[in-house]
Design a protein around this ligand. Structure first.
Ligand SMILES: [Zn+2]
Length: 466
């Protein structure tokens, strides 16, 4: 099912160059500096239970498409918050995916799943209602073997390092267990403080109380709150974290005088902050996080512009991360100025900017990252993590920011078996982009070959200090 020339240019001259460049990077180890896999998989190293639990239930790309065509999330085994009934029949869930496989034609999900079916499980026929049970049985049989346990797959995928993402309130027990197990796989955490810096996050006030409990700091005062965050950052660093991650609705930053920041903190910690006050607080916290990054060296990632939990009914019934997050227009130039006025010229600080708003690539992000030493542009993200999205990214970013203000690829996935597929797509698309530059005599092939290795491997390692 997987053509060896997939995603390469159809023009024969460019295709030959792309093949040669890809030959330089195809077998490089995978560096996965940002994602959302579950560390308990690697801590416990238990067999994945069944194909639906591996491919459907944790993958919001898969179930959002099925939901959009009228299939209830209950039928796809997505757990309900109220404990209400939801399917536990994995084979039935699998058959639903299979009989609706046509919905994924032309989408990256189809490419990722096909890649995993074929390269990981040896499936050689297309998923359909007719093949559903055969493929289910084949994958399930594999999953019972030791070589399909999480750690064995991690090694087979040639993962050099894999970062997960945790809340500051997470005790990191799974990372601790991984470390103590003596297993050599490098699974590290990343610090995602949204639950304790976003006044609109569910349970914000309780989260502050929990933050106080685990750090022994008084989070009822501005100083104590900041000290608690600095403490947790160091704790995360002790479990390998090299980065923080901030999923704010906008890229707004602020640099308030201390008395004003204290006053604002008093308002938000009591609850009942207005939407404007909550936004200003998040904005102030990005600047505080940048200041802490200069002290502790953690690389900062900003992932703004997702309107989270857009579907109120789905949020109330199933909770977060259920495929109901929708991109929105995002402004950076004015939004980041307060932070950049403080820290934009720091050479020892790295802030990686992501966007769900492609309009901002050439107008805002490339010019910003192509000037400020502290800024880099993160790879095409989420809805744009597709062959077309990656091509648009290179076309719109490179002319102003070059390649070296970018940071390689992030798979940013919850679906473990999609990791090799996603990195392979990125490598093929980048090699194809470079092949065009070579064919147009804009770059020598030896430069392109060196650059291909940077894009596939070295840039991510350097930017994320891995
Ligand atoms: Zn992410």
């Amino acid at each position: 099912m997987l053509h060896p020339d997939r995603l390469f240019p159809s023009d024969p001259t460019q295709r030959d160059i792309a093949r040669r460049l890809y030959g330089e990077v195809a077998a490089l180890p995978i560096v996965s500096p940002h994602g959302h896999t579950d560390p308990s998989w690697f801590a416990k190293d238990e067999a994945f239970p069944d194909p639906a639990s591996l491919f459907v239930k944790p993958d919001h790309y898969a179930f959002r498409m099925l939901y959009s065509q009228g299939i209830p999330l209950e039928q796809l085994g997505v757990p309900r918050r109220d404990g209400g009934e939801t399917s536990s029949d994995s084979r039935a869930i699998w058959r639903l995916l299979a009989s609706n496989w046509h919905l994924f034609r032309g989408t990256p999900t189809s490419m990722w799943l096909t890649h995993a079916f074929e390269t990981v499980f040896g499936v050689t026929e297309r998923l359909s209602a007719a093949s559903a049970d055969r493929i289910y049985d084949q994958i399930e049989e594999c999953l019972r073997k030791p070589e399909f346990r999480p750690r064995a797959l991690f090694e087979r995928f040639n993962l050099e390092v894999l970062a997960t993402t945790e809340s500051p309130l997470d005790p990191l027990v799974h990372h601790k267990a991984i470390r103590e197990s003596g297993w050599k796989g490098r699974v590290i955490t990343a610090f995602r403080p949204d639950p304790v810096v976003d006044p609109e996050f569910e349970g914000f006030r309780d989260n502050l109380a929990e933050l106080a409990r685990i750090t022994g700091q008084d989070t009822a005062t501005w100083e104590g709150y900041l000290a608690a965050l600095a403490d947790r950052r160091l704790y995360f660093k002790s479990y390998g974290a090299t980065s923080t991650d901030h999923g704010h609705p906008t890229a707004a930053t602020a640099d308030l005088p201390r008395p004003e920041a204290k006053k604002l903190f008093d308002i938000v910690r009591r609850g009942g902050a207005t939407a404007e006050e909550a936004e200003l607080f998040r904005a102030q916290m990005l600047t505080e996080m940048a200041r802490m990054s200069l002290e502790d060296g953690l690389v900062m990632q900003i992932h703004p512009g997702s309107f989270r939990n857009h579907n109120t009914l789905v949020f109330e019934r199933f909770g977060r991360d259920k495929g109901a997050d929708i991109p929105s227009g995002t402004e950076y130039v004015r939004a980041l100025k307060p932070l950049l006025d403080r820290f934009g010229n720091e050479r020892d600080l790295t802030i990686i900017l992501f966007t769900l708003d492609e309009d901002s690539y050439s107008r805002e992000l490339a010019p910003l990252a192509g000037h400020y030493p502290a800024l880099r542009v993160g790879p095409a993200w989420w809805f744009h993590d597709s062959p077309e999205g990656m091509r648009r990214y290179r076309e719109m970013i490179t002319e102003t920011a070059g390649f070296y203000n970018t940071v390689g690829f992030n798979d940013d996935t919850r679906a473990f078996c999609s990791i090799p597929a996603r990195h392979d797509v990125s490598r093929r698309v980048d090699c194809s982009f470079l092949a065009r530059l070579v064919a147009e005599h804009r770059m020598a092939e030896d430069e392109a070959a060196d650059l291909a290795v940077d894009l596939a491997y070295r840039l991510a390692k350097n930017a994320y200090k891995l």
